[in-house]
Design a protein around this ligand. Structure first.
Ligand code: DON
Length: 599
């Protein structure tokens, strides 16, 4: 382990000490950056460029469909609607009409908007509905009919289109219908289905679609989702009512009855997708616009970045022990508040202003000791501790997805959408052809115990009928100091969504990385509990790990990678640079519209 020479960076701390920034000493960088064996060197993530628009998604076909809408003169919201429905077909493990999500919009005229199409607990839900006879949380919070929240995606797309869309609704749904009539299976879908055969077998309607004659489709096979195509036709024809009323609603209710679920046609009819005030905060002369509760994303992102704002990160080597230490200390302090206070604002008053205030960040900075990690047990929210126990975690699946879009006028849209975990609750609505979410597990089913992501959440996020479960999804748009869109980003990954987005923003704003480098850089995660820094496979140098352990941090290398960002950066000359994350392998598709040649 390299010996850390103290002090060369002490000026950072000294300069900030007067503002209560930190205590202890900044250390000189030890060995830094990504290890030689890191899987995604910065120069291998080559951005895509576009003069007249950009769509970045986890699937090339979906990106092409969004880009085609832009080519036809649709705006960024039109493209989002078409992309969303396309992802529901080509990326059924994450894209969805059976789940929900969040959209951040920033129009070229300066309008900002945050759309909440998060699922809601059915009206028959009760606080203890997942507790078994021994008082523990049962598997029914994750698998099967009872795990589903009332889906929000179709209402969300309908509402976004009603407010901002310019092309006819049906034209935006039709490409997805064509895809549901038959796609050629590509490697990622084949591999995802192949590795989840056991899960897909658990419910017959799911098995019938994805396992056909007992085996999943292979690369190059034609994959037809006939029932999904029919459902999409109803949505194309009747809009939102094609999902929340009539045949689709009847099929959902029948599925619920068959499997012991509680969602009814009344739940579907009562569903709404409200506009909320986005979280807006300044980060080093940039303006960050992100999602408010019921997503914790925007507030927690603001808390992390507000805390870091007091430190001159630019003077630190990337992923040096000082950088990781500061980042971790800021993050664990943000997550303890997230887990305690944040919840559906329609049910629980949210202390948004206090949590994202400068004064609060100042207090948090003053708690940070540069020499020692503060144990999470000593990092407490204002409301005091509650009992903490762990439940077995399901592995993080590819069940959430993010897409970013900018159109030729400069309108920007960021959407993150999910069915929560591996193929949602594993239940396909028979006759309707789509998987349902298991978003109910994002509630604190037993406040004070961990959910599938290991998040230990409190009373604020307890189950109540009609309430939306707290999310970590963080669709985010960053404006440059002149108020122009600079970055559109977001990611899947449960609680790691927030830390992934925080790192993308910091990579671009603090470290001046281009969109490819910001995407490629190895990522970290800390969520207060468990009190462990999790880094990506081969994503941190041994010397850095040792130096952090010496400061009292626990570290763990994850077996895979963190997140699947889809990011667009607007370059100073107005061109768009897009990067799909190589961790899952999507595509950023640039748009260039042919212009008449002037003789
Ligand atoms: O809303 C949330 O925070 C979670 N349901 C997201 C789950 C997720 O990102 C899983 N996947 N990759």
């Amino acid at each position: 382990m390299p010996k850390l020479a103290p002090l060369p960076l002490l000026h950072v701390c000294v300069a900030l000490a007067a503002a209560g920034a930190c205590s202890g000493t900044m250390h000189a960088p030890a060995d830094t950056g990504a290890p030689a064996s890191w899987a995604f060197p910065a120069d291998q993530v080559v951005p895509t460029y576009g003069a007249d628009g950009m769509v970045s998604t986890t699937d090339r076909v979906a990106s092409e469909i969004g880009a085609e809408v832009l080519r036809r003169g649709g705006n960024a919201v039109d493209a989002a609607v078409a992309t969303h429905f396309a992802l529901a077909v080509v990326n059924p493990e994450a894209g969805n009409i059976g789940g929900g999500g969040f959209m951040i919009v920033r129009l070229a005229d300066g309008t900002t908007a945050a759309l909440d199409f998060r699922e809601k607990a059915p009206l028959g839900a009760t606080r203890d509905m997942y507790l078994d006879s021994s008082g523990a949380v049962s598997e029914r919070a994750l698998v099967g009919h009872l795990a589903a929240g009332v889906p929000g995606s179709v209402a969300g797309m309908w509402e976004a289109h009603r407010r901002f869309g310019s092309l006819p609704w049906a034209d935006l749904v039709h490409p997805a219908i064509n895809l549901a009539d038959g796609i050629v299976v590509h490697a990622r879908l084949a591999s995802s289905l192949r590795s989840h055969v056991e899960e897909l077998r658990r419910f017959p309607a799911t098995s019938a679609i994805f396992l056909g004659d007992g085996q999943p489709p292979r690369v190059g096979d034609r994959f037809v989702q006939r029932d999904l195509a029919t459902t999409l036709r109803r949505i194309a024809r009747d809009g939102k009512d094609g999902f929340y009323h009539g045949e689709t609603a009847a099929l959902i209710e029948a599925e619920m009855r068959r499997g012991g679920g509680i969602m009814t046609r009344d739940d579907l009819a009562a569903y709404n997708a409200p506009w909320r005030d986005p979280i807006v905060f300044e980060y080093r002369d940039h303006t960050v616009i992100s999602m408010p509760p019921p997503s914790s994303g925007g507030i927690t992102l603001a808390q992390i970045l507000n805390t870091l704002q007091g430190f001159d990160l630019r003077s630190l080597d990337y992923h040096s022990p000082d950088h990781v230490h500061l980042w971790t200390e800021a993050t664990k302090r943000a997550f303890v508040d997230r887990n305690e206070y944040l919840a559906d604002p329609d049910f629980v008053p949210q202390p948004t202003r206090e949590l994202i205030s400068d004064g609060y960040a100042l207090r948090k900075r003053a708690e940070i000791d540069m020499d020692r990690a503060t144990p999470s047990a000593r990092v407490l929210p204002g409301l005091g501790p509650f009992a903490r126990t762990a439940r077995t975690a399901r592995r993080e699946g590819e069940n959430t997805t993010h897409y970013s879009i900018v159109d030729r006028s400069g309108n920007a849209v960021a959407v993150t959408t999910t069915i929560n975990s591996l193929y949602g609750n594993l239940v396909t609505v028979a006759g309707a052809g789509f998987l349902l979410n298991n978003e109910m597990d994002d509630f604190a089913a037993l406040p004070g115990t961990a959910n599938q992501f290991g998040l230990v959440q409190g009373e604020a996020n307890a189950i109540e009928p009609g309430k939306r479960m707290l999310s970590a999804m963080t669709p985010t748009i960053v404006l440059d100091p002149a108020g122009r869109v600079k970055l559109v980003t977001g990611s899947p990954g449960g609680p790691t969504i927030i830390t992934t987005v925080a790192q993308i923003v910091s990579n671009v704003v603090d470290f001046g990385m281009d969109v490819g480098g910001a995407t490629a850089a190895p990522r970290l995660h800390h969520q207060h509990l468990p009190d462990t820094i999790v880094y990506e496979r081969a994503g941190m140098r041994a010397g850095t790990v040792a130096a952090l352990r010496a400061r009292g941090h626990a570290l763990r290398e994850r077996s895979g990678y963190q997140g699947d960002t889809q990011s667009i950066v607007v370059l100073p000359d107005g061109r768009l640079a897009g990067a799909a994350d190589p961790r899952r392998g999507g595509a950023a598709v640039g748009v260039r519209v042919a212009r008449p040649v002037v003789q």
